[in-house]
Write a protein of this length. Structure first.
Length: 255
């Protein structure tokens, strides 16, 4: 499936399968329609939706702060991590639980360990998804991803890690934390949400070469290009240089 097509969004919303609306304490989940201009991972933060997408769930805190949604933007950002997930998987940040459900469904994934700081979000996930077969592989740890106590409870030796804890995309922290989390959690392959955009911009300005990047990542970018959109860099050179050096040193691109 092409994650840049409307049909992919419909299929994934159906897979998630949560009946809305839901209001539980400070958390609420509603379904809404998406049409016209909507956030996109690559297309200068907007994308033209050719047909209206209905029943797209979104989770809010205190009716205002968006935690997660199954809009094209989020689904595009989780497409590659789902493809990459294998063996023992670590997920930093639970969100609505979409990624952990999808990853757990894969036969090659043996366990998914989640670190989530909000007990409310953990309780919500357990109430609504514990009867699904995918959850047999999921273990949730309530704690702070930076805490030594959490590190000890989670353990080490993970084949893949997805980090999705940052309120702002492409922050200094998202790059700074890569070697720290890879070390303390013993991670072989690491991915933070939105990393694809950084890679694409680094390639565009010559900081990364085409053969630095895996065939899977190039195929993902080629899928986007088939949509006929133009790409314009938006990120600061300082961030791109820091990421490109780290990506090559930590082997984030070859998988």
């Amino acid at each position: 499936m092409n994650p840049f097509l409307d049909e992919y969004v419909r299929k994934e919303a159906q897979f998630y399968g949560l009946e809305t609306p839901i209001k539980e304490g400070r958390l609420s989940v509603i379904s809404h329609g998406v049409s016209g201009l909507t956030p996109c991972l690559f297309h200068n933060e907007i994308r033209v939706v050719s047909t209206k997408l209905l029943n797209i769930p979104a989770m809010f805190l205190d009716n205002s702060k968006l935690i997660f949604s199954l809009t094209p933007f989020h689904l595009q950002g989780y497409y590659l991590p789902i493809q990459r997930a294998t063996g023992r998987v670590l997920c930093l940040g639970l969100g609505m639980g979409y990624f952990v459900l999808r990853a757990s469904q894969k036969p090659e994934v043996t366990e998914v360990v989640v670190v989530e700081q909000s007990q409310e979000i953990i309780d919500f996930f357990k109430r609504h998804f514990n009867t699904r077969s995918e959850t047999r592989k999921i273990r949730i740890v309530h704690g702070d991803t930076y805490s030594t106590e959490t590190h000890l409870r989670v353990g080490k030796d993970f084949d893949f890690c997805l980090c999705s804890i940052y309120p702002v995309l492409y922050s200094d922290e998202s790059i700074r934390d890569v070697p720290t989390f890879m070390d303390v959690y013993g991670v072989k392959q690491y991915h933070f949400f939105g990393m694809e955009r950084l890679i694409m911009e680094c390639m565009g300005c010559g900081l990364l070469r085409r053969y630095d990047v895996s065939i899977h990542l190039r195929e993902f970018i080629n899928l986007w290009k088939t949509m006929g959109h133009r790409f314009q860099p938006i990120l600061k050179e300082r961030i791109l240089r820091a990421f490109s050096l780290l990506a090559l040193r930590k082997n984030l691109l070859q998988w």
